[in-house]
Design a protein around this ligand. Structure first.
Ligand SMILES: Nc1nc2c(c(=O)[nH]1)N[C@H]1C(S)=C(S)[C@@H](COP(=O)(O)OP(=O)(O)OC[C@H]3O[C@@H](n4cnc5c(=O)[nH]c(N)nc54)[C@H](O)[C@@H]3O)O[C@H]1N2
Ligand SMILES: Nc1nc2c(c(=O)[nH]1)N[C@H]1C(S)=C(S)[C@@H](COP(=O)(O)OP(=O)(O)OC[C@H]3O[C@@H](n4cnc5c(=O)[nH]c(N)nc54)[C@H](O)[C@@H]3O)O[C@H]1N2
Ligand code: SF4
Ligand SMILES: [Mo]
Length: 685
């Protein structure tokens, strides 16, 4: 049997790849009986997965065959939002309704009145940033700025390192010091934890720097709690000590960096007592951390997403990314850092997305400002097409988003596997296939493998893949460009044919069919030219100066939201959901139990709260009721929740009702973790 016929084989074990927005991008084995997936396990032959996968995906079959999964297109017959009702329609009626509405809008209001809204609910590239982009380019629709996840940190890292280029995670087994900085890796990057465990067996020490002592903090050899939003200052304090105690690699600085003399002078002002007072890290701990970092080689820093979901997140990541240059760690096997590694695997983006199909420039709308975009634009959005995303739950300032989605004159289409919170505001709902029903290629943003997925099961009910829906919409709109009818295989071939990236030279449709996954042949970063303007690591960045940023790493405190909001609120991801994916599945909800609020026991006591009480958490944007977990795993003044919980009647767990829609210093990034709240004992107790 070849993998091209897997879908037609009722029984057997078939290769697949995890399509979720997770750095690990695991190789999977799907066990089928009578045409259905009955078991999902990690591929033991995959060099990174090594047979281990998370609980979420181990139970993925429950999601694929969930009773609540959408089977056919529907139109709304009741009010928008809570209490909405839907009625089954045919695909013909759905497509006709959408395309006739869009033709009317384009004639009356212009194509920019239509906006796509999507993210990476499925990381397959032809379905997430392929045919969809071609279609909306051809239409001339408003463009979306994809800034909800890592954009601030990626831009910050790029100023230092020239792009998303870091250490090969498989090499980190050789590190002797591993710092997990603002990453809850036990939940969000479990194979980095497995690699770190291997390093630990060889004598490595593991440090976790986080605002919350969650399971990653508990796993560390040394957990360092830090006040949220102050990590850049902590890194500057480390640099101060490294220079002052001559623990820097002068030869590396000379050869591979620019701006080290300016930086050396600059960090003199970040003295340990000042750094300690603001970060909450005691002076002796700061010295110990800096000395461990200066004295241990190879050392590796895994830079997480948590530190960049702040007002100052871009500069924070830019600053931490300078550390391995000071100690020359990039030259040691397994040393260096990873923020993201997507740069190495870059496919041919223009060939896949076809920006040339767009005839007129169009406005770009930041996805973090969806509420404002729907409510406040002078030239309004009249139609929203949502796929691969659930903005009513995941986007900041959720009450504003929902007010916008409620607009009667907004024509909303949602394409998803479930009737999500967002779908409840739709005029038309379209059923989506799962990734195991589709063809696509996948490239990790952490390890260095590219995967091909071919359908393993038949489409569920009448569901269709994103690519199929866009082909149908293109035909319905009367768009005649051949590029809008290319087959899946053609799309994959066009994307992988990328003379500009020699690392992909041997990765083709054929070689992937043959091997399922292949490692890119990446040249080491050093010696070599980085993609920064100088070709070197930029400790001083002229480009940043030109854009109005401080050219040297600098600390700027979070935006002050006012003294009447005494707690900083960090609504982080949880272990058993993936963003809001799985938040609707009973099995995963049971594993996660309940939405909690972790707070310091002293703060809880001062509010008359004990563990198990409900707390009312609120600010000028909204309110939640969460179960208190009092203890010492967060510092006073900080509260942490975990998970993006599905709407349940009477249950106020919509944490994004509280989050700010300010944008971060760079990349238009989200500031989910920089919002402040008040807390009191809830009347539910
Ligand atoms: N199980 C699971 N896995 C996931 C996801 C999920 O929802 N669930 N989501 C996926 C996605 S899309 C992403 S982007 C990644 C995100 O995963 P991570 O990169 O781990 O990022 P977060 O979980 O957002 O935040 C990580 C940590 O940052 C801490 N933190 C918050 N503010 C600060 C701060 O100012 N300083 C420091 N030092 N720490 C701070 C939080 O307490 C949290 O423990 O995970 C992916 N994997
Ligand atoms: N408070 C708070 N909010 C956050 C975060 C946080 O840490 N805290 N994290 C933020 C981050 S980092 C991210 S990345 C975003 C993620 O936000 P989203 O990208 O919206 O992620 P999900 O909530 O997983 O929603 C993905 C949706 O896509 C659907 N889907 C899956 N596969 C397909 C497909 O093939 N086709 C179609 N049409 N649909 C499909 C799924 O069923 C699901 O409903 O959330 C952000 N929101
Ligand atoms: S969610 Fe992450 S860890 Fe879990 S199977 Fe998918 S890629 Fe692997
Ligand atoms: Mo993300």
């Amino acid at each position: 049997m070849t993998i091209t016929t897997m879908r037609d084989e009722p029984n057997g074990v078939f290769p697949a790849v995890c399509s979720l927005d997770c750095p690990d991008q695991c190789g999977l084995l799907l066990h089928k009986e009578a045409g259905k997936i009955v078991k999902i396990e990690g591929d033991p032959d995959h060099p990174v997965t090594k047979g281990a996968i998370c609980n979420k995906v181990r139970h993925m079959a429950a999601r694929i065959y969930d009773d609540k999964r959408l089977q056919y297109p529907m139109k709304r017959i009741g009010p928008k939002g809570e209490g909405s009702q839907f009625e089954r329609i045919t695909w013909e009626e759905a497509l006709e309704t959408i395309t006739s509405r869009w033709k009317g809008l384009i004639a009356d209001k212009g194509p920019e009145s239509i906006m796509p809204y999507s993210f990476y609910g499925n990381m397959g590239r032809i379905g997430t940033e392929g045919m969809d982009r071609r279609f909306f380019n051809r239409m001339g629709a408003s463009r979306l700025l994809y800034a909800i996840c890592e954009s601030a940190g990626s831009e910050g890292y790029k100023y230092t390192m020239g792009g998303s280029f870091g250490t090969d995670p498989q090499e980190t087994v050789h590190a002797k010091l591993i710092i997990m900085w603002g990453i809850n890796a036990v939940s969000t990057n479990m194979h980095q934890v497995m690699l770190a465990e291997q390093a630990r067996k060889n004598g490595a020490k593991i440090i976790v720097i986080d605002a919350h002592k969650n399971q990653t903090g508990r796993w560390a050899d040394w957990f360092i709690p830090v006040l949220p939003g102050t990590d850049a200052l902590l890194a500057l304090g480390i640099m101060h000590i490294l220079f002052a105690e001559n623990k820097v690699d002068e030869a590396f600085l000379q050869q591979y960096t620019i701006g080290h003399e300016e930086l050396r002078e600059h960090v003199k002002s970040y003295n340990p007592s000042m750094v300690s007072a603001e970060t909450g890290v005691p002076v002796p701990d700061l010295y110990q951390l800096a000395r461990m970092y200066g004295d241990t080689s190879p050392s590796f820093i895994r830079i997480g997403n948590g530190i960049q979901h702040h007002d100052n997140g871009g500069m924070c990541v830019r600053t931490i990314a300078c550390l391995p240059a000071l100690t020359g760690e990039w030259l040691h096997q397994g040393g260096g850092a990873i923020k993201g590694n997507g740069g190495y695997l870059e496919h041919n983006i223009p060939a896949l997305q076809r920006p040339d199909l767009r005839k007129e420039p169009a406005r770009q709308i930041n996805m973090n400002l969806l509420g404002s975009a729907l409510l406040e634009l002078d030239t309004p959005i009249y139609s929203l097409y949502v796929y691969n995303s659930n903005p009513a739950l995941v986007a900041p300032h959720a009450n504003k988003v929902r007010e916008g989605l409620k607009r009667e004159d907004l024509f909303t289409v949602v394409h998803d596997l479930f009737l999500t919170e967002t779908a409840k505001y739709a005029d038309i709902v379209l059923p989506a296939t799962s990734s195991f029903e589709n063809t696509d290629f996948y490239r990790s943003y952490w390890h260095r493998y590219v995967h091909l997925q071919l359908p393993v099961i038949a489409p569920y009910g009448e569901s269709k893949a994103n690519v199929d829906v866009f082909r149908l919409l293109a035909a319905g709109m009367g768009y005649e460009e051949e590029a809008l009818q290319d087959t899946d295989e053609e799309l994959v071939r066009q994307a992988l044919d990328h003379p500009g990236n020699p690392a992909l030279a041997k990765i083709t449709y054929e070689s992937l069919l043959d091997q399922r996954f292949l490692k890119a042949e990446v040249k080491p970063l050093f010696p070599g030219e980085l993609k920064t303007p100088s070709g070197k690591i930029e400790l001083y960045s002229q480009e940043m100066a030109a854009k109005g940023f401080p050219p040297l790493p600098t600390y700027t405190p979070l935006v002050d939201e006012g003294e009447d909001l005494p707690f900083l609120f960090i609504p982080a991801p949880n272990h058993n959901f993936l963003n809001s994916t799985f938040a609707h599945n009973e099995k995963h909800k049971r594993m996660e139990k309940a939405p909690k609020l972790h707070m310091n026991e002293a703060d809880a006591a001062s509010l008359g709260l004990v563990s198990g009480d409900y707390a009312r958490v609120w600010n000028h944007r909204g309110e939640c009721e969460l179960l208190v977990a009092a203890g010492t795993d967060v510092l006073p003044g900080v509260v942490v929740s975990q998970g993006l919980w599905a709407d349940v009647p009477g249950n106020k767990a919509l944490v994004n009702a509280l989050t700010p829609d300010r944008v971060a210093d760079m990349g238009g990034g989200a500031t989910f973790f920089s919002g402040r709240v008040r807390i009191e004992k809830s009347k539910l107790n």
